[in-house]
Design a protein around this ligand. Structure first.
Ligand code: NAD
Ligand code: LMR
Length: 358
């Protein structure tokens, strides 16, 4: 299936949330940090997912209320709340997918790396519990700094002897969601019909949208394409300056929200949407859907660093194939080179933390 058909299929599946009634295998999903800004709307969206039969909502406190509330929705998933460390094992037992948005968010003026001090330990402890109670689950790691928390998760599972690199996935879907939105808006395209790969990591310059590979290519449209795909008559051609501005806006999308929220946290609603899209993709892969491709930050050998986000095929065991970067233009090649020092340092920081804090 080509990228455009895939984007349209994904849009239809998203629209069907809560109304689809297909016969899918039983699947348990656990959300860790379920009472938080992301956790609550994400729990709501996973309750509406046709792919979930059991939903475990865990946090240090507050989850009985969230679970009671969400459980009244008349969709398939059975919901249970778990609060406090002594209930964590029960929340995780039998989970197919564990989504982790636990941890502190940024305030204006902070980088994602500033969250490392608090979130590194939180992620390590939660992943340790996953390694003990559901070692085969796919882990969807949302907690920042993702560039470091995914290596922490990998190293933690290695120490427990249960690491499988196909099952540890950093969630970078919000970068793709943003790139699609900003690109479609600028080019005058129907946003439900565009796809933009975003590669690298999830912080500042490590976020690299590949607009040269966007589908449809705004500068390559025929008249027939324009009729079929534009939201408004006449698609806009994009200049190099437009692409530079779109790239920077995608890289700074998180900061745009942090500043607008003015001390009250970072992206929660768009992140919940992105997290639900990604978890659904993992579940569709587990269920044997043959054509599930998403960008995600995983163990990778397509560049010089050991963790990298790129298009990945998701299947019955998690990551089935990590795709290469395809052809990059000179602007993107420069972006790839520029991100490497920061990305490498964040990865090494995560690995050292996990090794030193045994
Ligand atoms: P929040 O403070 O609103 O919620 C975090 C929740 O985690 C709270 O309910 C808290 O009780 C819980 N928590 C803390 N320690 C825990 C533990 N040990 N076990 C279980 N739960 C625990 O924050 P938020 O806005 O939901 O953001 C959560 C994280 O997600 C932040 O690190 C943020 O930077 C990150 N984030 C990532 C992306 C991404 O694209 N990957 C996007 C947005 C936010
Ligand atoms: C985002 O991209 O919105 C998140 O990583 C949260 C943040 O701190 O920017």
């Amino acid at each position: 299936m080509n990228a455009l058909a895939r984007a349209s299929k994904q849009a239809l599946q998203t629209a069907a949330r809560g109304f689809a009634s297909g016969a899918y295998p039983d699947r348990k999903v656990a959300v860790l940090g379920a009472a938080g800004g992301i956790g609550q709307p994400l729990s709501l969206l996973m309750k509406l997912s046709p792919y979930v039969s059991e939903l475990a909502l865990y946090d240090i406190a507050g989850t009985p209320g969230v679970a009671a509330d969400v459980s009244h929705i008349n969709s398939k998933a059975a919901v249970k709340g778990y609060a406090g460390e002594d209930q964590l094992g029960e929340a995780l037992k039998g989970a197919d997918v564990v989504i982790i948005p636990a941890g502190v968010p940024r305030k204006p003026g902070m980088t994602r790396d500033d969250l490392f001090k608090i979130n590194a330990g939180i992620v390590k402890a939660l992943v340790e519990a996953c390694g003990k109670h559901c070692p085969k689950a796919l882990l969807n790691i949302i907690s920042n700094p993702v560039n470091s928390t995914v290596p922490i998760a990998a190293e933690t599972l290695k120490r427990l002897g249960v690491y499988d690199e196909k099952r540890v996935l950093g969630v970078t879907t919000l970068d793709v969601v943003r790139a699609k939105t900003f690109y479609a808006e600028k080019a005058g395209l129907d946003v439900s019909k565009v796809d933009v790969p975003v590669v690298g990591g999830h912080a500042g310059v490590t976020i690299l949208p590949l607009f040269s590979q966007a589908v449809p290519g705004a500068n390559k449209l025929s008249d027939a394409d324009i009729d079929a795909l534009t939201a408004v008559p006449g698609a806009n051609k994009l200049s190099d300056a437009d692409i530079d501005a779109l790239t920077k806006r995608t890289q700074d999308g998180g900061t745009e929200v942090v500043q607008a929220k003015a001390g009250k946290g970072s992206a929660t609603l768009s992140m919940a949407y992105a997290g639900a899209l990604f978890a659904d993709a993992c579940l569709r892969g587990l269920n044997g859907d043959p054509d599930v491709v998403e960008c995600t930050y995983v163990a990778s050998n397509i560049t010089e660093v050991p963790f990298f986000s790129s298009k990945v095929k998701l299947g019955k065991n998690g990551v089935e194939q990590v795709y290469g970067l395809g052809e990059l233009n000179d602007y993107e090649k420069a972006g790839l080179k520029a991100m490497m020092p920061e990305l490498r340092a964040s990865i090494e920081k995560g690995i050292s933390f996990a090794k030193e804090s045994q």
